[in-house]
Design a protein around this ligand. Sequence first.
Ligand code: MN
Ligand code: MN
Length: 469
Amino acid sequence: MQTETNQSEALRKSLFYERVNGYDRLSPEERDAMEAYCAGYRRYLDAGKTERECVTATVALARAAGFQPYVRGMSLKPGARVYRVNREKSVMLAVIGMQNLEAGLNIAASHLDCPRLDLKPNPLYESEELALLKTHYYGGLRKYQWVGIPLELRGVVIRKDGSAVPVSIGSDPEDPIFAISDLLPHLATEQNKLPLGEAFSGEHLNILAGSRPYEGEPCPERVKLTVLALLNRKYAIREEDFLSAELTAVPAFSARETGFDRSLLSAYGQDDRVCAYAALTALFSLDLPSRTALCMLADKEEVGSEGVSGMQSAAFDTFVEDLCEGQGVAPRVCLERSFCLSADVTAAFDPNYPEVFERRNSALLNYGLSLTKYTGSRGKRAASDAAAELVASVRRILDDAGVIWQMNYLGKVDVGGSGTVAKFMADRNIDTLDAGVPLLSMHAPYETSSKLDCYMTFRGIQAIFERKM
Ligand code: MN
Ligand code: MN
């Protein structure tokens, strides 16, 4: 009887797929490497809170890692490290492989843009002797989360003569910050009856920007005048210059360790700078890869990857074509043999909201890099669905490299859905698989990830870059 039990137990062990907490597999050396990696990731998060700032921070890191700007026609030897910035908002970096580009590329594609509150083109106004800024939210955010929290103002003003004025107010402890007022509970009886999605409208998201009347002879809109006078003194701009500006309000929180055990990280903008940093540092770690490795950090993912700096833009194709031309390779041949890891975050199972998840198929914090075979919603609509063959080859590569990973499916069927840049890569005839870091509070002003998952995403992308697919 005892033997039978042992046999069935042994059979169960050999046949069942059981997920294991990553900490049960993490070596002490990996633990140290994970902490060092996450310290660098936190610095990257604090350095960039807009896609423009992230591009600047990325280029600085790339230059320090031996990358140089790509110039069309440049001859590139195996091991060459180049980058191209697309309109200050997106960046592509490559390490040239030993094989010709006919063998295809290994690509990791992430995005640098995040949900935020953009200032409208004519934002500044005075109401009841207070100065305020009108905003238009960017990306899928829950409006109630953005009131009553400290905000920074970041971005750029381009004067009519083309000169640029970078703006970053709120990150220095000596700086002022900004805020959006919220209704006090004492007067919220009627608002509390409204559905959450209706209680806060876009036109409520007006940012407090000042209250001191201009000192001088009486005139209309003295508070607004004070603000404009300050802006003119500091930046040499006038109200009209807002028309050609990209200014955005972002949460005034820095990246912090979370929990008694410091195992988690909370920060603004982890979707998708967590995967961007992983892809970037994985690329930096390469010396002489077999296939050329390309790290694509796109803009505009949160609004559908549209526009000249989004993943649908031909800027990516142009870069690939330029690299191919340098080797006399047809780009279509390169693309059809390429592989892309669409490195983007997914939802981690949240014990506060188990009702929207199907636990068997949900990503769990600390279970490692999360692969997503398909995204989309309802009948897998708008999904990029990676072929089983592709998933099998990635399983093999990750296991061979000792990467801790898990398979994931976002939420319950018909509860919602999501998308990434994956389908735009697949549309280009590139085999593509979604993979990334599971987050709690995705798209909130403060998102939470696990250090283990962040580090394993770096290790997973590194394994993909290093292996011949
Ligand atoms: Mn994302
Ligand atoms: Mn997102």
